[in-house]
Design a protein. Structure first.
Length: 126
C-alpha cells in the first residue's frame, strides 16, 4: 500500500511536493505555492524491473502528458560517492490496464478526488 513520505525536500519556487511510495510505485504530486492547485504528478511503476513513468504537468497554461521509460545513469566519470540519476527516455507506448488496477488497490491515504483525477489521466495512455 502506498504511504506518504513526510520528509520530502521542498525547493523554493518549485511549488509544494508530496511523495507516496511502496515497492511497486512512486507517486510525486506537485501543487502551486499555495498548496491548493494541482500542477502535476508523476507515477513511476515497476520500480524493480522495467521502470516507467506517466507524467502529467501544467506548464505555461499547457498540459503536458508523457509515458516514458526510466533509466539510471552514474555520474561521469564515476566517483566514489557517485549518485544514480533517473533519466526519462523513449516512449513507453501503451499503459497496461493492470497498472491502473494495482494503483486503485494500493492508493492508501490518497484523497479520493486526487485518486480519481490520476486514474482519469492514466486512462489517456491505454
Amino acid at each position: 500500500m502506498l504511504s506518504e513520505n513526510k520528509t520530502v525536500r521542498q525547493r523554493y519556487g518549485d511549488g509544494y511536493r508530496r511523495w507516496f511510495l511502496d515497492d511497486y510505485f512512486d507517486l510525486i504530486i506537485w501543487y502551486d505555492d499555495s498548496k491548493r492547485n494541482l500542477i502535476g504528478f508523476q507515477l513511476c511503476y515497476e520500480k524493480l524491473q522495467n521502470e516507467r513513468a506517466v507524467t502529467y504537468k501544467i506548464e505555461n497554461d499547457r498540459i503536458i502528458r508523457s509515458h516514458r521509460y526510466i533509466t539510471s545513469s552514474l555520474a561521469v566519470p564515476p566517483k566514489k560517492d557517485a549518485q544514480m540519476t533517473a533519466i526519462l527516455k523513449g516512449d513507453a507506448d501503451r499503459l497496461n490496464p493492470e497498472v491502473i488496477e494495482k494503483f486503485l488497490k494500493e492508493f492508501g491515504k490518497l484523497e479520493e478526488d486526487l485518486k480519481l483525477f490520476i486514474v482519469k489521466e492514466l486512462n489517456e495512455f491505454l
